[in-house]
Design a protein around this ligand. Structure first.
Ligand code: 2AM
Ligand code: CA
Ligand code: CA
Ligand code: CA
Length: 267
């Protein structure tokens, strides 16, 4: 077992998240150099890289034996959650960052010996920090979030999903997903998985489906949501590994099984 002082790690991580947010806000109106990754709509900017490098430098200076699992290439090759692992998305919602200059987040989670201990999702432009320590509840800035509703029906639930999953795709039966959209009260898509998990934790949305999420998209969000009673699983019903891309369902415990059984058919 490596040494792990949760309170000190939390304080340092929080300071770095707030500093990174300040850098982004200060430079939000500067001209952007935009590159694409896997396809023409998969965007990345110099800011994504700069913020990830900022975190990697801070973590390596302060905690040289910790590992980093992150999107933009400044992290480590992480094959297992041993010791302390930082799971980071420097900007979640890069398309929003580029086109809308709002509704994007810094997502940072700290795992120790396989357990998610600390989570931050920072809505940078709104200056709203969602944060949690395992066993101590989830906060939206200084406000402690209440546990999610005791009972929930799908017919009264707000669903979060990317509309692309309702079009033919190679991951899951899109017609079943469209059925789910028709069954719930309403569907929303905010373009930042991390913020969507924060909205689940806040209780303003109830169920989330994505067939294509990376650990840095959801690691912090899962910790936030778990602390208020929410559940997150692979779309097969198994546990998430937090190590690779996985189809993911998060939601009220009353809804998860029904969604998986009736509306998800993976290819
Ligand atoms: P990103 O902005 O960090 O890339 C948008 O629907 C959400 O999906 C965002 O959280 C976005 O994260 C994420 N996303 C975008 N492209 C993705 C990809 N190729 N794999 C997994 N997640 C992706
Ligand atoms: Ca990306
Ligand atoms: Ca992301
Ligand atoms: Ca990102």
């Amino acid at each position: 077992m490596t040494q792990f002082n949760k309170e000190t790690v939390y304080q340092n991580a929080r300071k770095w998240v707030e500093e990174a947010g300040e850098i982004i806000r200060t430079e939000i109106d500067q001209p952007r150099k935009i590159d694409t990754k896997m396809n023409p709509n998969d965007l990345v900017t110099e800011m994504d890289r700069k913020i990830e490098e900022f975190f990697a430098d801070k973590i390596r200076q302060t905690y040289p034996s910790d590992l980093i699992l992150s999107e933009e290439g400044f992290g480590d090759q992480v094959n297992e959650l041993k010791g302390t692992v930082w799971i980071i998305d420097p900007i979640d919602g890069t398309m929003n960052f580029v086109h809308q200059k709002r509704t994007f987040a810094i997502s940072l989670a700290v795992f120790h010996e396989g357990v998610g201990e600390i989570g931050f999702v920072y809505d940078v432009m709104a200056d709203i920090l969602y944060h949690a320590k395992r066993g101590e509840g989830t906060y939206k800035n200084e406000q402690k979030l209440v546990p999610i509703a005791k009972e929930k029906n799908l017919s009264e639930a707000i669903l979060l999903l990317n509309p692309l999953w309702c079009a033919p795709n190679d991951r899951a039966d899109h017609e079943k997903v469209a059925e789910l959209v028709k069954t719930v009260r309403g569907a929303r898509s905010y373009g930042s998985a991390a913020l969507e998990f924060a909205y689940l934790a806040e209780g303003i949305t109830d169920v989330y489906v994505s067939f294509h999420l990376q650990p840095w998209d959801y690691a912090a969000g899962v910790i936030l949501y778990h602390e208020v009673g929410g559940q997150t699983v692979k779309a097969t019903g198994e546990d998430l590994t937090f190590l690779k891309q996985e189809p993911t369902v998060a939601g009220h415990p009353d809804l998860i099984a029904e969604v998986i059984q009736n509306y998800i058919s993976l290819k």
